[in-house]
Design a protein around this ligand. Structure first.
Ligand code: FES
Length: 503
């Protein structure tokens, strides 16, 4: 097993097949853009139904958010059911619960069908608090479980050796290895005439009865249906997704503890939040995965501090010593807390979108794949349309809409007056800073070989100022979460163009 300290445990313990880049013009029935859990599961389901499918991924399969998750496969999406009942009623809350439970069943069935091992285990899931002011919220969540008939309990303690005032437990949840799941489906798709391409970034779409996905480095795919499963939709202006998605990063460290893992998956609602689950390494030893420290992308303290905070917590609470892995991920939230799954807009009948899974993309991605497959194959929603992106979410999430607009407006106005402190000569290897030249901000990174990379720090999506992420050595945009390598190439959108090089 690799001991790369700055790596995802899932990526280091799986081997997805590699695929070539597409630069030609081609056509198909369904083009799926995005090689994470939502995209690959959609491609798998449609291939099984006999559709001709092309799936493209801008980087490598599973190397977006799916490879950097905690991989809890659960219907316990933080505290959600009390909120869903208040905003939408019991029917919607119940549908959301059953959709997630069906996602768990789907993984179990796929494991059998493909004769694979996804290291799946059934676990109870807990949301807990040690903060007096959050106790009532936990109690209200349990009351919501009781109304909906969700099996579980209200607890005064949890099996972990941490201090707790109140917790709500949901039974029959699961955890698994997400990339073993993707690997098995990918092998099925490619051996059943599905075509998969990596290093192939979609840049835009020309709409029509047959839509054409234009590729960044040349070439295109014309298809009857196009599924946008790129986490943040790369084609985001139709449907105003840039105004309807909030973005946050969070962090995970993994290592061993002398304690015996008591079973279960855990998440706290306190600030900073903490998430815990286990996995087995190749020697059969238990690895503890500790997550949390969420914050808006591109904002806050030096990013490396988030990893140190998690390690310190693991040392003090769980006697953890050796941390083999650390990684981070990005999540998008809708205005009203429900996913956006379905037609991109009311008017774009053959473009579909899957996004806003909050931090629950394992069940959310599978729900999206099932829903979009049903819309394409049968023109029917499996979930009574509760995830339809054309719903009136701005009414239910007016506070979040206002907050997003203020955040973006502030960044657009004040991002550009950021103080510059570093000069190139002051930078040590591995450090970055900004200078101002002719009124423009230039981001400078001196890499470990001493090579200096200079970029215009204006985000190519809508013009906000990107900020340095010292933990990942990337430029991150606080407005909608686009991320770029230190040398300016786009990693994840909504931006599709690289940062401009600067002199
Ligand atoms: Fe939208 Fe940067 S991601 S402006």
């Amino acid at each position: 097993m690799s001991t790369d300290k700055h790596a995802s445990y899932w990526i280091n313990t799986s081997k997805l097949p590699s695929f070539e880049k597409l630069q030609d013009e081609t056509e198909t029935e369904v083009c799926v853009v995005g090689g994470g859990i939502a995209g690959i599961t959609t491609a798998y389901l449609l291939t099984k139904k006999g559709y001709k499918v092309i799936l493209i991924e801008a980087l490598k399969l599973g190397h977006g958010t799916t490879g950097y998750t905690t991989a809890k496969l659960t219907a316990q999406h933080d505290l959600i059911y009390d909120q869903l009942i208040s905003k939408f009623g019991e029917g919607t809350a119940r549908t959301h619960y059953h959709a997630a439970m069906e996602a768990i069943d789907f993984v179990r069935e796929t494991e059998k069908d493909l004769q694979a091992d996804f290291q799946m285990s059934v676990e109870p899931a807990y949301v807990y608090t040690d903060d007096k002011k959050n106790v009532r919220q936990i109690e209200k969540e349990w009351e919501a479980y009781e109304k909906l008939g969700i099996p579980g309990g209200l607890e005064d303690e949890i099996p972990l050796p941490v201090s707790v005032r109140k917790a709500v437990r949901m039974d029959n949840q699961a955890q698994f290895h997400p990339l073993l799941f993707l690997q098995a489906m990918t092998e099925y798709i490619s051996s059943n005439e599905g075509r998969i391409y990596e290093d192939t970034r979609a840049e835009t779409i020309v709409e029509g009865e047959y839509a054409t996905v234009k590729l960044k480095d040349g070439g295109s795919i014309t298809a009857k249906h196009v599924v946008i499963a790129t986490h943040f939709p790369f084609y985001d202006f139709k449907g105003a997704y840039f105004a309807r998605l909030d973005v946050a990063r969070s962090y995970i460290v993994a290592g061993k503890s002398p304690y015996t893992y008591p079973g279960g998956m855990y998440i706290s609602v306190d600030n900073p939040s903490r998430s815990v689950r286990s996995a087995k390494d190749n020697n059969g030893d238990t690895i503890w995965l500790l997550g949390g420290e969420g914050h808006r992308t591109g904002k806050g303290k030096e990013m490396k501090e988030h990893y140190s905070n998690l390690r310190n917590w693991g040392r003090s609470k769980l006697d953890m010593d050796d941390f083999d892995y650390n990684w981070s991920s990005e999540d998008f939230m809708s205005l009203d807390s429900l996913f956006y799954i379905g037609r991109l807009t009311k008017r774009t009948q053959n473009l579909y979108v899957a996004t806003a899974f909050r931090k629950w993309g394992m069940s959310g991605g599978i729900t999206a794949a099932k829903e979009i497959t049903s819309l394409i194959d049968d023109d029917k929603s499996l979930y009574s349309g509760i995830y339809d992106p054309a719903r009136q979410d701005a009414v239910k999430g007016i506070t979040n809409l206002a907050k997003n607009m203020i955040e973006v407006g502030t960044e657009l106005v004040f991002g550009k007056v950021e103080k510059t402190e570093k000069f190139i000569d002051d930078l040590k290897r591995g450090e970055a800073g900004k200078i101002r030249r002719d009124g423009k901000l230039i981001g400078i990174y001196k890499d470990n070989e001493g090579i200096v990379h200079k970029v215009d720090t204006t985000c190519t999506h809508m013009g906000c100022e990107v900020h340095w992420n010292d933990a990942e050595t990337t430029w991150d945009c606080p407005c909608h979460g686009s991320r770029f390598w230190a040398s300016g190439e786009v990693i994840e959108g909504p931006a599709v163009k690289d940062l401009k090089k600067a002199d």
